[in-house]
Write a protein that binds this ligand. Sequence first.
Ligand code: HEM
Length: 215
Amino acid sequence: MAITGLILIGFLLMHMYGNLKMFLGAEEFDQYAEWLKGDILAPALPPGSFIWIFRVFLVAMVVLHLYSAFTLWSRAKAATPSTYQVRKTLSETYSARTMRWGGVILAGLLIFHLAQFTVHSALVNGSFASTYADSPYKMVIGEFSLWWMVLLYAIWITVVTMHVRHGFWSAFTTLGANTSAKARTVLNGCAWAVAVLLFIGFMIMPVAVLFGWIH
Ligand code: HEM
C-alpha cells in the first residue's frame, strides 16, 4: 500500500508539473503532449511505445494499491469484530476517517477525467469532442471555461489531496519514519506541504482559464 501509494503521488507531481505548461501557450503545451505520446525515449524505444508502457505500469500500481486496500480492510474487520469501541477511542483526523470513501470518490471522478481528456468521450464533451481532437490545449481551455467543471475539479482535487495528505503520512509511518515526536512533526509538515502544493498546482490552471487569464 505504502510503495504503490508513493509511486502514485510521484505520478501526481509529474502530471501537475506537466499541466502547468498550459501557462507557456498553445504551441508549447501541444508539443509537450505530442512528445509524451510520441517521441519520449526515442530512439531507445519506438515512437509511441513509452506511453503504453507507462499506462500499463500505472494501471498495475492502481490495481496493487486497491488490492492492498481490500486486503487490509478485510484483515482489520477480522481483527476488530465490532468497530464501535475503536471509533470511540481513536482520535483520527478527518482525512484518515475518509480514506476508504475518499478513495472511492477519487476513483469515480478519475474515470470521468479519463473519459473527458484521454478517451474524449462524447458523453462528457458533447459535440465539442471533435473540435478539440487536434489540440489538447484547446480542449483544456474549452473544458475549464465552464464554471461547474472548475467546481467539479475543485471538489475532486480536494478529495485527492486529502487522500494524499493522510496517505503520505501513513506510507512513511509504515516505512518506519514515524519514530519520535520530532519525526512526527516533520512528517506531518511534509504531508501538508505535498498536499497543498498539489492542490494549488492542479487548481491554478483551471482557475486561470475560467477567469480568462489564459485563453
Ligand atoms: C486540474 C487537474 C487536472 C487536469 C487539468 C488534468 C489534465 C489532463 C489531461 C489534459 C490529460 C490528457 C492528456 C492527453 O491525453 O493529451 C490527462 C490525462 C490523465 N490524467 Fe489528468 N488532469 C488533472 C488531474 C488529474 C488527477 C488528480 C489524476 C489522478 C488522480 C489524473 C490522472 C490522469 C491520468 C491517469 C491520465 C491519463 C494519462 C494517459 O493518457 O496515459 N489527472 N489529464
